[in-house]
Design a protein around this ligand. Structure first.
Ligand code: HEC
Length: 226
């Protein structure tokens, strides 16, 4: 019995010693916290604090021109510029992006956030800001005939770098998102300029019904107005 108790006490004692031994040193030792002042770095890199004292900045400044891992871009890549090596606007999506439904959904989401307030959800230039604001030049429709033949790079570069009095969105969206928006502008264009022969028979029926309904309702509205 006695031997067993002694043995237990020994085990407990060792455990206690080991555990406490590990902890305290690491916990209280000097260390630099993010955004902390530092006496150590003050020697090499002094900063004057608001209180007039000289401190060092515990968070090390990044060396100039640092690029995060995986963020190195080739500034001449058509994916980045929207133009090919000859400086012509791209007529197709660059190979980095794939035309899928998700890609177009992303474009729709970003368009509705960043462009629709001016250019309108349907791209017709009738966004709330266009209707209410005072513009030196009106907000253009993105679905008008003249723009149907513009290469897709036109919509990418206009979105990224801006156009005339419209500022660019390159700092607010990634290049991939800007391509998605450009692709979605094409969707809007098609939605309002689809050739009749490309429509499914049921859609042609719907169109014909809508036209009939309009014709039927028009005499009434004229009668009411009189
Ligand atoms: C704050 C309002 C506003 C927002 C938001 C806006 N635009 Fe514009 N956009 C304009 C105006 C105004 C013009 C015409 C500028 C001019 O003629 O100087 C224009 C012109 C354009 C043109 C050229 C159209 C043409 O007639 O050739 C394109 C393309 C375009 N915008 C795309 C976009 C895209 C894509 C977005 C979203 C990323 C966007 N715009 C967001 C106001 C806006």
């Amino acid at each position: 019995m006695r031997a067993r108790a002694l043995w237990m006490a020994g085990v407990l004692g060792t455990a206690l010693l080991t555990l406490t031994g590990c902890r305290s040193d690491m916990w209280v030792q000097q260390k630099v916290e993010a955004q902390d002042n530092s006496e150590f770095y003050a020697l090499a890199d002094p900063v004057k604090g608001f209180d007039g004292k000289i401190y060092g900045d515990g968070s090390r400044p990044m060396p100039p021109n640092t690029i995060a891992r995986g963020r190195l871009i080739d500034p001449t890549d058509p994916f980045v510029t929207g133009k090919d090596a000859q400086g012509n606007l791209l007529t197709k999506l660059p190979p980095q992006v794939k035309l899928t439904r998700e890609f177009l959904n992303k474009g729709q989401e970003k368009y509705n956030v960043f462009c629709a307030q001016c250019h309108g959800r349907a791209g017709d230039g009738m966004g709330m800001i266009a209707l209410r604001g005072q513009w030196p030049r009106p907000v253009p429709s993105l679905v008008r005939e003249q723009l149907l033949t513009q290469p897709i790079g036109y919509f990418f570069t206009s979105g990224k770098y801006g156009f005339g009095i419209m500022y660019g969105y390159g700092t607010r969206m990634t290049d991939e998102e800007l391509w998605a928006v450009a692709a979605y502008v094409r969707v809007l264009q098609l939605s309002q300029n689809a050739p009749l022969k490309d429509l499914a028979p049921e859609d042609i029926d719907k169109l014909a019904q809508a036209q009939q309904a309009r014709r039927r309702s028009q005499p009434n509205t004229i009668a009411q107005e009189n």
